[in-house]
Every structure is written in structure tokens, then in C-alpha cells.
Design a protein around this ligand. Sequence first.
Ligand SMILES: [Zn+2]
Length: 820
Amino acid sequence: MVARKFLIHHQDSNFDVDYDTEDGFEVFKFQLFSLTAVPPDEQKILGGDDDRVISDDSDLIAVSDKLRLVSIKDENPQLGSEIVKSDEELARVLQAEEEALMFQQFGVSQDSRQFEQRIRPYVDQVLLYEDTRRQEAARKTVPVEKLEEKALVALAKEGNFKPSKSELDHAFLLQLLFWFKQTFKWVNSPPCENCGNETINQGMGAPNSSETAYGASRVELYRCRSCSRITRFPRYNDPIKLLETKKGRCGEWANCFSLYCRSFGYETRLILDFTDHVWTECYSMVLGRWMHLDPCEGIYDTPLLYEKGWNKKLNYTIAISRDGVYDVTKRYTRKWHEVLSRRNLITESALPYVLKNITRECRKNMKISISTLDERDQNEAKELEKNLHSQENDTISLPGRLSGDKEWRILRSELGSTSLSSSSCPIRKITDDHVSKIYDAFSPFISRLVELSSKHKAIEGVHFVRGVLIDLKKSPFKRRRVVIDSNEFFIRELLPSFEMMLDALSLKSNVEENGRKVEICLRDDPVRTSIALPVVFHAIDDVVFNIKKCDEFIKSSVSWPLVKVNRICCGSVLASGEELPFGIATSAFDGTRVSKWEEPNGAKGCWLIYKAKDAEVYELCSYELMSANDAPERDPRDWVIEGSDDGGASWRILDEQTAQMFDNRFQRKAYKVKLQGFFANVFRLRFLAVRDGRTNSRFQIGSIDLFASGNVKCLVQNPYCDFREADPTDYEPLAMKPQVEPEQMKGGMQVQPSEQTKADMQAQPSEQTKADMADVQAQPSEADVQAQPSELKARMDVMKKIVMVVLVLVIGMAVGVGWT
Ligand SMILES: [Zn+2]
């Protein structure tokens, strides 16, 4: 394995790249990416005298000094994020659509009544969502403050601590979706009302008056296999009843969820797919368009889910709202000519008239400005036409249906693939300065514990602190506050050493009642506390575990890995692939246990690049990896960690590990880096193999923590080398797919793979339960923790100083183009 030099020309600049052809073409493309900021999937590499396109089977060495990189986007600047099909392909598609349209005219009913009959009932149905009594009843069942907190935390994790109203509305809507998905139950055959056993369908029964009162004109009957009692399953149409029953099939799900959306003021549509599914669309002010939301699946903004993921043969997809009915089929297909051939209820020329007539009726008594609605309609029509002929994003794979039982889904051929995942990830900025601050804050606290007490007493002290924090966590997030008696051991002896932790948690302490009480309350932004609290609980568990492991709890034990300082934070990551939306790469850096980075195709090798914030350089001295919540077969086994001091043009191996084994879930393994003394601004983690790659295609990891030595090198322009202060304004606005708080993992698991995974996930105690548990579920790791003797205090001091200014680095970094 020898790296060769390659010379790449890109936009009037030349770049030297050290690359070993055995590493694979993807690695090469990434190196180019880190130098030129042209993402791998937008790169076109040309080489040789004839400027031919280079691919992974080209002889790269033969043209090593004649390579040219162009961005596909630069070539076609008119292209947006969606890449338009080639002219020839487009012509073929248009031709097929024209033919389908022609055939449709002959085979289609000239009588539009059948079509109209399908949608009429729903036009009345959606008006129920406007009823204030129903809306109020709906709002009462929602833990609004909890969802608002989760929405704010999800935004904060993207670096957005001051979201606009539209951004918060958008994020809240997603939390409402995840909450609903967890609250509502899917029914195939209901369990016996008498004994809870399995039942079998006995056909339909006549509804009684209490059932018809809530619109259940159909009642399914089920006989118990064990006690023979009949259980009724009335199919309620009135969503107010569904708020109480909280169960049903997709009809009930979408009906009830749409009421929730309206209750919180979102412009909402019930989406009727004539092939038998129902879901919801809401207008997102952030996106400036309608967004697909499937409550049964907990999936949003993924309209091709049905055609591509479930292999559905769509025909009519009609949106019904208080202000009209709309044909939105084009949002849900990229095979319009095929869809056209199946549309035989009404001619394409008659369809718009029927819809327009109903819409006119709907709008007759509306107070909303009709011109606003018209403008919105026109924009939507344009958007649908534009997207219809855009290329599918093949890097995203869509899951099959997950609601309903497996046999039923197989029967419907809707099983499809197993997950929503992306093989081409965006660069994600990490908001994790709170994690590093919390880790740092343990050092004065643990030092004080060592001074004061025995190991046993120390653990007691940590438990006391945890109790206080649990009380804080339980109190409403905007008014978190606890009051403690000043005579408590913690207050008398430990509080001063805990001030740094309070600061890290964005909390403060006040002395009250002439010194008899101490109040701990919010310091400023409640969201900073909300994002930090889960981290501190998991860190406390680790601290207790590590204290227990110390032979003697003395001054020398106050070192790594018990005390972890200089955790590198606020960088950006790019991964070879990720699971959406819950297994994204940044999840490995959020300091909590239940989130993870999951690579759907990572079992045979995957990578993650970590680029330091603002081109800061670090001497990586140690790192910790934590196994994820489930599926041990996906744990990393062999890996290489490399560093680059030139933005990714060349790499040095810093550490290599083989045959590693995580014996438990959430187990942390700490490693001291073999090659010390190398300063890098980019790190590459290449995971070469997982624990069992024969039966499993996935890789996953619970967390990755990188620790720098106290030796600091800085740029001249950045003399204060501000390690810990992340500037929130530095980040991009709300992404389309907001990251979600780990507590929603369970809800999100339904977007996730195997039945086994789901079962595992459900077996997880909730975060709160875990925090409440009196004792720590220690995650053992014995031999692997290679304690590193380090002088904590010296490190802390060094952290605040500038040690060196190295001009060479300035030049080095000027070459490496930063990610923005
Ligand atoms: Zn029974």
C-alpha cells in the first residue's frame, strides 16, 4: 500500500493529492471534496489527453498528472438540487406521457360521478377539523410543552438556538408527528375485550346508536379464539372519538392526525390515495410548500415513499382541505405515464373542472383571501410540474411499508426495502460544545470528591447531584428550579466545585432565606439546559462506573478516562452513509446514549470524516467509542484513525485497532492514540469491519469522542484560540430534515429496519426511567481502558493559553479549502 501523488486541476488551481489506489475511488473523491468543496456525487473527474471521464475502473495512475475536476453544478448552473434528466430521456418520457394521455381518453368513463362520489364524503369530513370543540379536545390530549421543548432541542442541535416562528412551527409539527406515531395504535384484528387473546374476523355487524353517533357506519366483528366472546371494532369517522380510542388503520390515523394538525393552526389536507391509503399534508412556511406527512409510518417529506418504497401503483392522489380539493398525484410519482394509464375514472380534461367546482363551493363562505389561495395553488402546480421530470435522488433508499403486520404487508407486496437511508450525506455541523463543557466540568467536582471522601462517599455525592438534576429535569423546561436545604452535605461541601457544571448546564445557584436554602434555576436560555441535561445523566453514569473501577480513589485517579478534558467539539462531519432521520452522523457526537450513527451499508467498511471548526488544529491524544443501543453484530471491530494537517490532501495513520469487541450495549472503550505529536485539522475514521459482517450489512456506533492533548497550535489570525465557544450564528438555517432528539428514537424506530431492532428498542427503558434508576447500569470494560497519566491541571491551564504559532500550518491550511 503506497500512496502516490496525483495532480488535480480545478477552477484555476492545482491540488496535490496523496492517494493509494487500493483505498478505493470513493476515498479519492472524498479527498478531492475536502480540498475543493465539490461533493463526491457532484464531481466529474476528467483525465488523459482526450479528457475522458474517469471512473473507478479507469487506470488512474496512467493519468496521475493530467486530472481535471469539474463540478456537475458548474457545468449546468441552472440545475437546482434536483438533477434534471438528460434531453433524450426527457423526450422519451414526454412521448410516453402523451401516448398514455391519448389512450386514457378512449378507455375512461365519460361519467365523472363515480370519481366525485369517491371524494365527496371527505369534503364534509375535513370540515370537522374546523370545529373549535374538536380542536380544543385535541389540544388537551397533547403534551404541548414537552413537544415544544423537543422541537427547540432538535433545532438547537442544528445550531439554531433562536428559531423564527416558522422554523419553530415546522419543528413542532414534526414532533407532533413522532408523538402521534407513538400514541396511536395500529389495529389488524383487535385483541379480545374480555380476555385479551387473539381474535378472528367474523364479518360485519350493524352499528349501534353510540357507534353511529361518532360516524361508525361500519362495525367489524371479531371472535375470540379462546373465550369465543365477540369484540366489536367500530370504524369511527368522527376524529373526536379517535382522540379517545387512539387506534385504527390508516383511515383513522390520518383522520385523527389531520385534526391534530388543524388544532395547532397548520393548513392541513387529508390526502386520499385511491389505491387505498390515506395520509396528511401540511403547509410548511419554512419550506414554502406543502409537505407530506404519513402518521402511520412517522415519515415526512418523502412523497416517493409509496411508489418507490412500497411499489404502489398509484392512480389518483387527491388532497382535500377546507379550501378545496386538489389533484396532487404528481407529487407522489416519477412515472406519470404509467400512472396516467391507470387513471380510468374520469378523463384528464374533465378532472380539473370537477375539482374546481368543488373548490369553488368550499371557498364560497371562506374568510381567507381568495387571491392568496390562488397564488398558492399556482405555485404548487408549478412545483409539481417541475419535480415530475426531475431525476430521483438515487442516493436515498426508501423503506417499504412498516404499519400493519408483516403477512398483510407481504400480501400487498408493500414490504419493499427496510429503511429510509442515504448513501450520500450532506456535511453536518455538530453542536456539541455543551458536551465538552460538561466533561470539563467534572474535573473540579471529582477533584473535590477525592479531597473530601472515600470512594463510597464519592459515589454517594454523585448520586446526590444526580437526584438534584433529576428534579430539575422533571420540572417544566421553561421554569426549571429546585430548592435545597443549605445543610445538605452537597451544598456545604460540594457546591463550589459544582459551579462549573451548573454553568455547563446553563444553570445558576442563588442563596435564599438568609442562607438556609439554595435555589438552583435557569441561567438564561432554557433550551441550553434541555439539550445538556440528557448528556449529564449519561456522563454521571460513566463517572460512577469509572469511580467504582478505581482501585483507590486518590489524587492520581483524577485522570483520563475518569476525567475527560479537551474533548474536540463543534466541527463538521461527513459520513459514507446514514440512516434517516434518526441515525445521522452527528448523532454519534451528541453525548447521549440512545442516539447513534447508523450506516446502512457499513458492515464491509465505511468512513466518517471529522473536520475541526475554523481549521483549528489538534493533537489527538485519545478517543472513546461507545457501542450503540442494540444489534451487537453492527459494532465496529477493526478501524483506522487518520489525521490530516492539510485539509484532507494527505493522511497519517494515528491509530489502528483490530478484533475489538464490545461486550455490552452503551459500553465505552477508551484508546490512547499510538502516533502522538501530529497536529491535524481533519480526522478520518475508517471502520473496516463490524463484529458480524456475514449476516448483517449495517454498521452503527453510539458515540465517538475525540480528545486533544493540551498542546495547542493556533493560527495567527485566531490568537485566543477559543476552544469552547460555539457561535450559534455560525450555523446554517434549519435543515429540511431536522435532527431529532434521542427520546424520539423509539418513535423513530418504526422508520427503522428489522422487527428485531424494534423489539430491542422497545425493551429499552425510557431515558427518564434510566435517569431515575437508583443505581447505574454499569457498562463494563476492563482491559481496554488504557489509562493515560495526564496532569489535569496543567492541561486546563494550557487550554487557555496559546502555546505556539506555526507559520507552516498557516500555509498548509491556506491550501486546504474549508467546508462552509
Ligand atoms: Zn377472549
